[in-house]
Design a protein around this ligand. Structure first.
Ligand code: 5RP
Length: 222
């Protein structure tokens, strides 16, 4: 199977996971990226079975609206029963690196507000140790150089993601050569750097369920 077919298989598995739990007043949290897009496309068929969605990016909001799914502001919603999103890397503890699509801050907010975080990923995303994928860090623009120097002190090779402005008006630094032994501790350590808005480690609040697309089928890990 191609990577896209594996992504579509986990999107279908996530639909099977949430469909029986949809109510007329359900508002879903929806992530960002190619796997989340496949989920959104499959969700369109169910648009009359639930109320709407909160999106982790303008791009996902636009795609949802394009399918006739109403998009709500999180401040008008509170908690969401499910947050469905992809990942750039995920380990055995369902800790993740996210933010390859620069949507990490809104993704982390939605993950925090979700009763259940369902991670959907093709098998290439499963790793023993997080960090081969460059860890994204969203920064306030005026703090970019300062934060980069602090990241060097922690052992990273920080690279400014040129030309990218997040939905929040901020910038992204990607941390290369930064293998992570203790994701929970490192997430907190990075959050403590002044000027950091969010880092792409989702460990303090990882996923509750991982639907992983493999050649043998979709594995469900909790
Ligand atoms: C966006 C993300 C995505 O979930 C992550 O990049 C995975 O993307 P894809 O599904 O395209 O592989 O964190 O900020």
């Amino acid at each position: 199977m191609t990577q896209d077919e594996l992504k579509d298989a986990v999107a279908a598995a996530a639909i099977a996971e949430v469909e029986p739990r949809l109510e007329r007043d359900t508002i879903l949290g929806i992530g960002t990226g190619s796997t989340a897009n496949l989920f959104i496309d499959r969700l369109a068929r169910l648009r009359h079975d639930f109320k709407g969605a909160v999106a982790s990016s303008e791009a996902s909001a636009e795609r949802l609206r394009g399918h006739g799914i109403e998009v709500f502001e999180l401040n008008h919603v509170g908690t969401v029963p499910f947050y469905i999103d992809g990942a750039d890397e995920v380990n055995a503890y369902l800790h993740m690196i996210k933010g390859g699509g620069a949507a990490l801050t809104r993704e982390k907010i939605l993950a925090a507000c979700a009763e259940r975080f369902i991670c959907i990923a093709d098998g290439s995303k499963r790793v023993e140790r997080l960090g081969a994928f460059p860890l994204p860090v969203e920064v306030i623009p005026m703090a970019r150089s300062y934060v980069a120097r602090e990241l060097v002190k922690l052992g990273a090779d920080p690279v400014y993601r040129q030309g990218v402005v997040t939905d929040n008006g901020n910038q992204i630094i990607d941390c290369f050569e930064f293998m992570i032994d203790d994701p929970v501790a490192m997430e907190a350590r990075l959050n403590a750097i002044v000027g950091v808005v969010t880092n792409g480690l989702f460990a303090a609040r990882g996923a509750d369920v991982l639907l992983l697309g493999t050649e043998k089928g979709v594995e469900r890990l909790t």
